[in-house]
Design a protein around this ligand. Structure first.
Ligand code: PEP
Length: 256
């Protein structure tokens, strides 16, 4: 974390979990546990159908609501899809773009990620752009090249003045949902590399203000060490965001 230049953001990614009633319950529990956080913003990325319940329950809490995906077109014949404008009108503030599960199971590419990023920004949403390498890419020592390509394509044609809205999440694919966490050094190295790629394109002033999260089996035990790295500005948390106690402990770690 570097509180001087950028906001720490702790975001939970619920994936395909929780009904609207369960959403209301967890928001209420969380409100009682965490109160007003001074040092970090708290975000919950909920399934589409839970968004109205989440927005209602978050009204008097300092918890922002996020979606887990969106379409890059404004409207049209895209059965089953949801647009950025629809999300924004409901009160959604952030949207995850290019999560590795979307890339793997639903054919998302760096190019569709870029189209979605631009459309999200147009609608006033803050994109949380996920990038990360496979275990094979890490073993072949091409992590840096792969990440640089993902970051550059995601930011293609994104103007400098929109960069304060962008959040990156470094999520090594081998660490997502596996219980294997990147070491603090590995997380710091790649988050620092993402910042260097942004710096080369937009300059130091813009790069130092971008929040870059780590994601991949982050939990109450390892959060403090990961967040102690100056280039790790928060977390995108899957499994450990589903239980109030676990998620609240990570939020508290970000506020020490
Ligand atoms: C994620 O879904 O983005 C994630 C990091 O999951 P987990 O924390 O369960 O590894």
């Amino acid at each position: 974390m570097n509180r001087k230049y950028r906001k720490t953001i702790i975001a939970g990614n619920w994936k395909m979990n929780k009904t609207p009633a369960q959403t209301k319950k967890m928001f209420e529990e969380l409100k009682a546990k965490v109160g007003k956080q001074k040092w970090c913003d708290v975000v919950l990325c909920v399934p589409f159908v839970d968004i109205p319940a989440a927005c209602k329950a978050s009204r008097d809490a300092k918890i922002a609501v996020a979606a887990q995906n969106m379409h890059f077109e404004e409207s049209g014949a895209y059965t089953g899809e949801v647009s950025a404008e629809m999300l924004s009108e409901l009160g959604v503030k952030y949207v995850i773009i290019g999560h590795s599960e979307r890339r793997e199971y639903y054919g998302e590419t760096d190019k569709t990620v870029n189209l979605k990023v631009k459309k999200a920004l147009e609608a006033g949403l803050r994109p949380i752009i996920c990038v990360g390498e496979t275990l094979e890419q890490r073993e072949f020592d091409v992590t840096a090249e792969h990440i640089a390509m993902q970051v550059k394509i995601a930011l293609n044609d994104v103007p400098a003045e929109k960069m304060r809205k962008i959040v990156f999440a470094y999520e090594p694919i081998w660490a997502i949902g596996t219980g294997k966490t990147a070491t603090a050094e590995q997380a710091a190295e790649v988050c620092g590399h993402i910042r260097a790629v942004i710096r080369a394109k937009y300059g130091a002033r813009i790069a130092r203000a971008v929040t870059i999260q780590y994601g991949g089996s982050m939990n109450a035990k390892n959060a403090s060490e990961l967040l102690a790295q100056s280039d790790v500005d928060g977390g995108l948390i899957g499994g450990a965001s589903l239980k109030t106690e676990d998620f609240a402990a990570i939020i508290n770690a970000a506020n020490q």
